[in-house]
Design a protein around this ligand. Structure first.
Ligand code: NAD
Length: 330
């Protein structure tokens, strides 16, 4: 029987994987700990480690997993920036779920944008207290605005679709331009510099790689329009938080919607409300009146969770039965 050590387990993971596992019969041990070099020994005797976005597979973790006899790392997410693929051991394979619901993430990016622009988070708190005033709730029409989309893959394209419905003018940047798509939809690919200069709203939908870490930094923020709205549902490290805070404090950024944060691992997806451990930058961002932060929840729809559970179980089956999977990361 294939033994799986399931790291960073949440209640909803357990419920869903137990249900799907009825078909596969894996022996799953659910662990609350995140996988790091310190916790990797917990995988001793397991064939598979199943991990999520906050687990860290660096070189030390890989060495320990190898000693533990682990043959497969099954990511139950799309992004794999938290796994050191370049230094992966030849006896350990890595699989991921490349697409579970691009709609879920794109729709959440739109939710963040609308929430900040139309001040829904403020209005909600006011009306709860029977305060029905409008001061400070002024927004703008998205119709006619220029929306810059970085990364026109599965999620970027869904986001563009929705923004087109709003009547926005779309410009995009991708290291691999999809010219057919641009022709069909009427969007325009531009340089990153042009995107920064022309966009009223910028939404990030590219993966985090060594080349684009901190792509939103002092220089790129300087190029942006005053009052720019920035939405990041991709990965926290795409943004340099110090520069971001500086520009927020100067009033340069009109609105900021984050579902991911540079140092999110210790906090996101956990209830820290009774803890004294705080992240200074995160606390500053949370205190800003024009910032809305969600806790890496963009993927969190019923459809996405079901697809994640199904595809993770299938990926494991393919590796152990056929020796390969279409979702292998190499
Ligand atoms: P995808 O592979 O379909 O598309 C990514 C696109 O980005 C591709 O077109 C690629 O060419 C482009 N790209 C790569 N490097 C780039 C760069 N340096 N600059 C500009 N474009 C670049 O991926 P996807 O399914 O659309 O997902 C995008 C990202 O969204 C994931 O990598 C992940 O980080 C993030 N994500 C977040 C959540 C969440 O819950 N917040 C959930 C799923 C995915």
């Amino acid at each position: 029987m294939i033994k799986i050590a399931f790291f960073d387990t949440k209640e909803y993971d357990k419920e869903l994987f137990d249900e799907y596992n009825k078909k596969y019969g894996y022996e799953i041990t659910y662990l609350e700990s995140r996988l790091t070099s310190e916790t990797a020994m917990l995988a001793n005797g397991f064939d598979v480690v199943c991990i999520f976005v906050s687990d860290i597979v660096d070189q030390d973790t890989i060495k320990t997993l190898k000693k533990c006899g682990v043959k497969l790392i099954a990511l139950r997410c799309a992004g794999f920036n938290n796994v050191d693929i370049l230094h992966m051991d030849k006896d350990i394979k890595v699989v991921r779920v490349p697409a579970y619901s691009p709609y879920a993430v794109a729709e959440h990016a739109v939710a963040l944008l609308l929430s900040i622009n139309r001040k829904i988070y403020k209005a909600y708190q006011r009306t709860k207290k029977y305060n029905f005033t409008l001061n400070g709730l002024l927004g703008f029409d998205i119709h006619g605005k220029t929306v810059g989309v970085v990364g026109t893959g599965k999620i970027g394209k869904c986001f563009i679709n929705i923004m087109k419905g709003f009547g926005a003018n779309i410009i995009a940047y991708d290291i691999f331009e999809d010219k057919t798509y641009a022709k069909e939809t009427g969007i325009k690919y531009v340089t990153l510099e042009e995107l920064y200069k022309k966009s009223d709203i910028i939404s990030l939908h590219c993966p985090l790689t060594k080349d684009n870490e901190n792509m939103i930094n002092e220089e790129s923020l300087k190029l942006m329009k005053d009052g720019v709205y920035i939405i990041n549902t991709s990965r926290g490290k795409l943004i340099d938080t110090d520069s971001l805070i500086e520009r927020l404090e100067q009033g340069k950024i009109g609105g900021l919607g984050l579902d991911v944060y540079e140092e999110e691992e210790e906090f996101f997806l956990n209830d820290m409300s009774n803890s004294y451990i705080r992240d200074k930058d995160l606390s500053i961002l949370l205190s800003m009146p024009n910032v809305v932060i969600t806790s890496h929840q963009a993927f969190f729809t019923k459809e996405a969770l079901n697809k994640i559970a199904n595809d993770t179980c299938e990926n494991i089956k393919d590796i152990f039965e056929k020796g390969s999977s279409i979702n292998e990361v190499k």
